[in-house]
Design a protein around this ligand. Structure first.
Ligand code: ADP
Ligand code: ASP
Ligand code: MG
Length: 819
């Protein structure tokens, strides 16, 4: 595929009612310029209801089983009622009736043959995702999105081990074959998560919470740009918020940290989600569908997931531990193998293992096979089972090679009985077991020590340093990879939002949201109603600000691209520039350079009203250098010519054209004036060259047989020297024969020149003359002014990439210069 898609997965709480569906709709809509696949869970609580219905059927009452789902069906219908028009609603109502009928039949089979329940349970539970995905596809479609419902079972292929299925290799090809043609045709596939099928076509499911895993599998198959998990919390938090209300968002995690947290109980991610993403190095982002502007958590490779500290505490309760004690263990071969074979035979997964000289302790989160396991274990030694235990896991890259962390953990909870201490082989987790009854207290105390109370809980001197008490970087340093900003795609997305001067509202809110999601502090500075400048900082006062404008000249031209260029309105003036400035800011921010800001104005193409408003903004005073972007072929402009726009009006006296002596022609007066203006020797300058005058508009008169009573012309003069000299020359040439009305005047500006950069003088105007409070101005940008404002507006891809480096390097040099 030419452009990688993003995967957006919405969990059950993100689709629990019509309000939630509305949020999802607006999230998808605001991302819909990107290629994407939507993966959705069953509506909140419906999977539980379906599973409970199977249990009722197993107990023998099929009708009660089916009836128990009535409320769930009603919830679907209520959403359809509120969000779909008549046709869509009728169609969905028939889907529900159909599902109810099929589930009823399945319940009858389960009730008659309870032993067949495993495959049939999956058939029944799958209706949760089948219905939610059809409903969401319909709702999104009615909101103007080109969605296509896709049955998830056609994408993910698994073996037949119901309950613990493993996806098969053909999943990738099936997913690509189903989805790529739709995506390339500009459609948005909407897929139910969690569900899959065997080679024979039987329905399987990926385990509770498995829609996250579906999203990751689909993402890996399509080599997605990003996998987004939209849920009901703002990312992965420092602890389970149900236990620790003070838990807060972790801005960045490594794949391994996330995998360990998920494995040891952080329900927000299904434990298997990370592997497919990690294999393809696809970033995973966890975001809040109720607060979509919050930055959430970004999960990336270890090297990018700074800082390497303690990130979170996970826990899993209701664990059973088994201890096998045997003197035979001492120095014996084969003991552990024999032990693990027992668990293997009974298909029972073991989470944590610890050993002492004579005993082995293991933890199981699913002890259902224990009655059969124990007799086999007893052949190896004395067996002791403990229930109601909680695994607590402290996770973070900071555990690698940081002595003393364990000591600090256990000193914090020295009065709580702890067993089975283990430092994961991966060394990003420290795990131990406490009684369920003491779990909450354990977690709350550890959280306070590590994440809340930094001062009163300083580590003892001996283990200071590696502990990295709190460890969180502020959300504004989200560690987003600059190479994740696909400059070409962002340019195209921006081009595709029409923003002819006056209509900048949509592009402004797109940029504000985009930057906010990256972790910037963003302000929309209102200029006139619904038109606002976008101002973004890292939170620190900006010393260098990258700036350009969001408006374009008319008409809007949609984006397209070939191997060399991106085409469309604004490609070079100035949407490509916006994309490169954002990418450059990201590059700097990831390197820890925070004194940078972004300013995107409205109205540059007409009166620079946006720039004038921005000039009054309080942030201006902290800014030392303003790097303004306009197409200069990536050459640093050492000056911009000035400009003067003036309307000249002549008055005459109207009369019948057959009696010209009765009138006085305003047009002839104007022509005389213009003839004299054309003879003026305008001033020149060594740096800026000649002053030039364009007679841009002439109008006047009413009809051919009337002597014109009024005429008018608009001149645009590009100034090489100060405006007053030219005004003087103009007024002398006119000699009171016409009225002058100056529309805009600004003098030529000398810009900061830096050694080593290619330089140029530009003849066009920019926002710079109006941004006088934003420090010393510089002007540079990709693309050619000769392409701007034309029907063939375009920008070379190579220039965009070069501009990212230019902006970043220039900013760095200016900041160094300042220090
Ligand atoms: P979804 O329906 O979107 O898949 P889940 O209920 O599966 O949502 O997961 C989100 C929930 O995970 C949160 O509401 C929260 O209660 C729980 N959770 C547990 N541990 C964590 C954690 N460390 N960070 C965030 N959420 C957590
Ligand atoms: N609906 C399924 C569940 O509740 C899968 C998911 O939501 O991820 O477990
Ligand atoms: Mg979930």
């Amino acid at each position: 595929m030419t452009t990688k898609p993003i995967i957006m997965k919405f969990g059950g709480t993100s689709v629990e009612d019509s309000e939630a569906f509305r949020n999802v709709t607006s999230i998808v809509k605001s991302a819909s310029r990107q290629r994407m696949v939507v993966v959705v869970s069953a509506i909140g609580g419906f999977t539980n209801a379906l599973l409970a219905s199977v249990e009722k059927a197993i107990d023998g009452d099929a009708r009660a089983a089916t009836r128990s789902l009535d409320q769930g069906f009603e919830r679907h219908l209520a959403i359809a009622q509120q969000l779909l028009w008549e046709d869509g609603r009728a169609h969905f109502e028939s889907e529900i009736a159909d599902a109810r009928g099929q589930i009823g039949e399945l319940h009858k089979i389960v009730a008659a043959h309870p032993s067949t329940h495993a495959p049939l349970r999956d058939e029944i539970v799958a209706f949760g995702e089948l219905l939610s995905s059809q409903l969401l596809a319909a709702v999104l479609r009615e909101n103007g999105l080109a969605t296509r419902y896709v049955d998830g079972r056609r994408l993910i292929k698994t073996d037949e081990s119901y309950g613990g299925v493993v996806p098969l290799a053909e999943t990738a090809t099936a997913t690509q074959a189903e989805l790529i043609p739709l995506i390339e045709a500009g459609e948005i596939p909407v897929v139910g998560g969690f569900i899959a099928s065997t080679a024979k076509g039987a329905t399987t499911t990926l385990g509770r919470g498995g829609s996250d895993y579906s999203a990751a599998i689909v993402g890996a198959a399509l080599d997605a740009r990003e996998i987004q998990i939209w849920t009901d919390v703002s990312g992965v938090l420092t602890a389970d918020p149900r236990v620790v209300p003070a838990a807060r968002t972790i801005p960045v995690l490594s794949y391994q940290e996330a995998a360990e947290l998920a494995y040891f109980g952080a329900k927000v991610l299904h434990p298997k989600t990370i592997q497919p993403a990690m294999d393809r190095k696809i970033p995973v982002r966890v975001c809040n569908s109720r607060l979509p502007r919050e930055a959430g958590t970004l999960i990336v490779t270890e090297s990018e997931a700074a800082p390497q500290t303690i990130k979170a505490i996970a826990h899993k309760s209701g664990i059973t531990t088994v201890q096998i004690t045997s003197a035979r263990m001492l120095g014996a071969y084969g003991f552990l193998r024999a032990l693990f074979e027992v668990f293997d035979r009974h298909r029972t997964a073991v989470d944590v293992v610890t050993t002492s000289e004579v005993s082995v302790s293991l933890s199981l989160d699913n002890p259902s096979a224990l009655p059969e396991v124990i007799p086999d274990l007893e052949k190896l030694g004395a067996v002791e089972v403990e229930e109601h235990r909680t695994i607590v896991s402290v996770v973070g890259e900071g555990l690698r090679g940081t002595p003393g962390i364990a000591a600090r953990v256990f000193s914090t909870i020295s009065d709580i009985n702890v067993s089975m201490i283990s430092v994961g082989a991966s060394s990003v987790n420290l795990t131990f077991m406490v009684d369920d009854a003491r779990a909450r207290e354990t977690i709350v105390r550890l959280h306070r020590a590590y994440f809340e109370d930094e001062s009163s809980n300083q580590p003892a001197e001996a283990y200071r340093g590696g502990l990295g008490v709190n460890v969180m970087s502020p959300p504004s340093r989200s560690g987003y990879r600059p190479d994740l900003i696909d400059v070409f795609q962002l340019t195209r997305e921006l081009i595709d939002i029409p923003s002819v001067t006056g209509e900048e509202a949509e592009v402004g809110s797109f940029l504000a949201e985009f930057l906010q999601r990256l972790g910037y502090k963003v302000e929309l500075q209102e200029v006139t109603a619904r038109r606002a400048n976008v101002i973004a900082t890292t939170g620190a006062p900006p010393h260098v600000v990258l700036s350009t404008h969001m408006d374009t000249v008319p008409p809007h031209i949609a984006s397209s691209e070939d191997s060399e260029f991106i085409h469309g309105r604004g490609a070079c003036d100035a949407k490509g520039i916006i994309a490169t400035q954002i990418a450059a800011a990201e590059k700097l921010r990831t390197d820890g350079v925070n004194e940078i800001g972004l300013l995107f104005t409205v109205d540059e193409e007409v009166t620079s009203a946006g720039a004038k408003a921005a000039n009054a903004h309080p942030l201006a005073s902290s800014c030392r250098y303003l790097i303004n972007g306009e197409p200069t072929d990536n050459r640093l402009a050492i000056g911009t010519k000035g400009s003067l726009q003036v309307t000249i009006t002549t008055e005459g006296r109207a009369a019948h054209s057959a009696y010209p002596e009765q009138g006085d022609s305003a047009i002839e007066k104007l022509l005389d004036v213009l003839t004299d203006i054309r003879k003026v020797g305008w001033p020149a300058d060594d740096v800026f060259g000649d002053t030039t005058c364009n007679i841009g508009v002439i109008s006047g008169g009413t009809r051919a047989n009337v002597i014109p009573g009024q005429a008018q012309t608009v001149l645009q003069i590009r100034l090489a020297t100060d405006a007053n000299t030219t005004k003087g020359l103009l007024e002398t040439a006119i000699a009171n024969r016409a009225a002058l009305d100056y529309k805009s005047i600004h003098d030529p500006v000398r810009l900061l020149a830096l050694d080593g950069s290619e330089q140029t003088i530009v003849r066009f105007t920019t926002d710079i003359p109006y941004l006088t409070n934003w420090g010393q101005p510089l002007l540079i940008g990709p693309g050619s002014i000769l392409d701007a404002h034309t029907a063939h507006e375009r920008v070379a891809k190579s220039e965009l990439l070069k501009a990212v480096d230019l902006y970043a390097d220039l900013s760095r040099r200016l900041l160094d210069h300042e220090n």
